[in-house]
Design a protein around this ligand. Structure first.
Ligand SMILES: [Fe+2]
Length: 162
């Protein structure tokens, strides 16, 4: 979508946590449903689902992150708290962490995240070698491929771009 085609109006979008087709594969055992893509900052909002025993590799964010846990439980290897339904999370830029859902968890975790910019994936938190990158643009590409694969309407994604 060209910048001049971007709309500036309000919108709503309806996620459906129980519709498997809407979950966009991210990494092994992790999926998301998109809520917004900010093509000025690379930020995005989404609902993230991670299965028991799966994880997000070590990474840090170049800008702030806000999260709100809806279902299940999860934690970061680097911290001693556990997020459960109702837990709000704030993450400052630059703070490296590894998101884990315990293998013995009874259900996937589902969390709404507002991520204000890119994520930088590291080999390990201590070593700090950059191994991958994601932001609203790379996630939009993943979403487009998934929508094409399962026959969902691409314009549903275009509506989420601001
Ligand atoms: Fe994170």
């Amino acid at each position: 979508m060209l910048a001049e085609q971007r709309t500036h109006t309000e919108y709503t979008t309806d996620t459906n946590l129980d519709d498997d087709r809407l979950w966009i594969p991210y990494v092994e055992g992790a999926w998301f449903q998109a809520c917004s893509f900010n093509v000025s900052t690379g930020g995005f909002t989404n609902v993230l689902k991670i299965a028991p025993g799966a994880m997000l590799n070590p990474h840090y964010h170049i800008s702030t992150v806000y999260g709100y846990t809806l279902r299940g439980s999860w934690h970061y290897l680097e911290h001693d708290w556990v997020a459960t339904p109702g837990t709000f999370i704030y993450e400052p830029p630059g703070e490296a962490h590894t998101l884990v859902v315990p293998a013995d968890a009874k259900e996937p975790m589902i969390t709404f995240f507002h991520v204000s910019g890119g994520l930088i994936y590291l080999d390990t938190v201590d070593n700090g070698k950059i191994v991958a990158y994601d932001d609203g643009f790379t996630l939009l590409e993943l979403a487009r491929k998934h929508y094409q694969n399962v026959g969902l309407d691409q314009s549903l994604l275009d509506r989420l771009i601001r």
